[in-house]
Write a protein that binds this ligand. Structure first.
Ligand SMILES: [Zn+2]
Length: 314
């Protein structure tokens, strides 16, 4: 019999912190998310909940300030998450949204995608990008953000509309509606959020580390769009339900995390210094949760779970 494959699925939600119990400004203070509610024994993803361990989930308020003054930013936050190195401290500032040469240098040498590739493993960044994204990069009008940059320098080709149609990639909005409505692909495949969750499980089968990113949460936070954010988290909640239904949780660790706060405080449209949300679901979650305090801790947790030896650190 074939050995079952251990797998980490990381769901990265840009700009999601744990904020106040204030339903008029914090979409996560709402009670509109049945899957999360069940996972958390009726508690919500707010600061007041604190660290929580239930029969099916670990909630870990995670430090994204990293000992550096100012509001955390995406490039340094994501680079820290992907390298285990405190990029904000190294640069002496929170920097973003797109990585500059300093951040790119870190990602070129130390990213998790690279480490896994070098260890003979199969990391997979599963987001699809529209042609106009590639055109803008080509014309120099846009820089790759930290996560696609890390995937590309580790040797992955970014996924396209064709991959989306073939079920090899996922839409950042889960359902694909944005491809039809905003990106000019009227025939893009449509999923319900639950179906998208199941589709993520299916497309993850050849890989042992799958990374999914959505930046809608950060955009909704900057727009201070509370109702839009509630609608987003309802879709996410259903997506998570579909993924959990399909996944073999005896062999799989699912991580939900973020790079900095923002959308949990829709009163001002700026990043926050709140701890970010981290949820661990599935195999070995209790043991691994104990090792997570800040964005620097994910790389070693993921390598440990996958049985990849950590490199010697000086
Ligand atoms: Zn932002």
């Amino acid at each position: 019999m074939e050995l079952k494959r251990r797998r980490v699925i990381l769901l990265f939600l840009d700009g999601v912190g744990l904020g106040a119990d204030e339903p008029s400004s914090n979409p996560l203070a709402s009670d509109a998310y049945p899957t999360l509610r069940a996972l958390l024994d009726g508690r919500r993803l707010i600061a007041q909940t604190g660290r929580l361990s239930t029969a099916s989930a670990e909630l870990i308020p995670t430090d994204a300030v990293l000992g550096v003054p100012g509001r955390p930013q995406s490039a340094t936050g994501q680079a820290t998450l992907l390298t285990g190195i405190n990029a904000a401290r190294l640069l002496g500032e929170h920097y973003g949204p797109r990585p500059d040469a300093r951040v790119r240098a870190l990602l070129e040498r130390h990213s998790l995608f690279l480490r896994l590739t070098q260890a003979g493993r199969s990391p997979y960044f599963c987001n699809a990008y529209p042609q106009r994204y590639f055109d803008a990069i080509q014309r120099g009008r846009r820089l790759l953000s930290a996560i696609p940059y890390a995937a590309v320098v580790a040797g992955q080709t970014l996924l396209t509309y064709e991959d989306l149609c073939a079920g090899r990639a996922l839409s950042a909005d889960f359902t694909g509606e944005g491809w039809r409505r905003e990106l000019g692909y009227p025939d893009a495949p449509l999923y319900s959020p639950q179906e998208a969750g199941r589709a993520l499980w299916e497309l993850s089968q050849p890989y042992d580390f799958v990374f999914f990113e959505t930046w809608q949460t950060d955009l909704l936070g900057h727009a201070a769009d509370l109702q839009g954010a509630i609608a987003f988290f309802q879709r996410f909640d259903a997506f998570l339900a579909g993924l959990l239904e399909a996944a073999d949780l005896t062999q799989t660790l699912i991580i939900v995390t973020s790079d900095h706060g923002n959308v949990e405080d829709c009163s001002h449209g700026k990043h926050t210094t709140n701890p970010v949300l981290t949820l661990l679901l599935g195999a070995e979650r209790q043991i691994l949760a104990a090792a997570i305090q800040s964005l620097t801790d994910f790389v070693s947790v993921i390598l440990r779970f996958l049985g990849v030896p950590e490199p010697e650190t000086a």
